[in-house]
Write a protein that binds this ligand. Sequence first.
Ligand code: 5RP
Length: 235
Amino acid sequence: MVLDEAKRNAAAAAMEFVEDGMVIGLGTGSTASFFVEFLAEEVEEGLSVKGVPTSEATHKLAMELGVPLLPVEQVERIHLTIDGADEIDAHANLIKGGGGALLREKIIANASDHVIVIAYAGKVAETLGSFPLPVEVTPFGFTLTAKKVYDALRKTGIDKPVVKLREASGKPGPLVTDGGNYILDCECKTIPSPQATALALSVIPGVVEHGLFLSMTRTVILGDEEGAEILEFEY
Ligand code: 5RP
């Protein structure tokens, strides 16, 4: 409950960046869902925006709450994206993908003028890696790809990584993403050089995307039970 309050406070603070007429990327996860709820309330009051969801789950939520949506194929410009994160370092680099939506989240973030991350304050860490790094891979050859992922992690300074196929919740078998892929969760403990790891992962055939979001956001809103703090980063 306290955690929900912290997430809700971060989401509420993001509303001050929303302007009439914006096309807004809608993130995935519990914190981003609070933002969609706040946005829906303003839409009800007459705010005119269009949302671009980053997952089927967010699409469903936004539809149910009456937030107008734009099919991604029709998007020409995304003014603002509001999304959560699993871990945030001191340079606003992120691990994302705990909810399995990293591919669409990264496409939308990369196409956005401004990305704002909303999270409860406990997600900040000096160095990334406590949260297992999600890597989305094609089902074809995923065991071979997993070995290459392990090698890439080792080569970029990660000691004894553990690479695990993410299981679906509530049914047997692997989790299948909105894009029809699998997720490898990579326990790294610490990622000493996120840029090197990101590059090494991105060149492996079979890796569709990884959850390192580096230099993609300049605004981080951290919530706690009292309120929210807005942090601005320079590159
Ligand atoms: C989904 C994500 C989410 O943004 C991340 O998992 C944070 O979720 P929550 O707000 O529920 O803690 O990256 O792929």
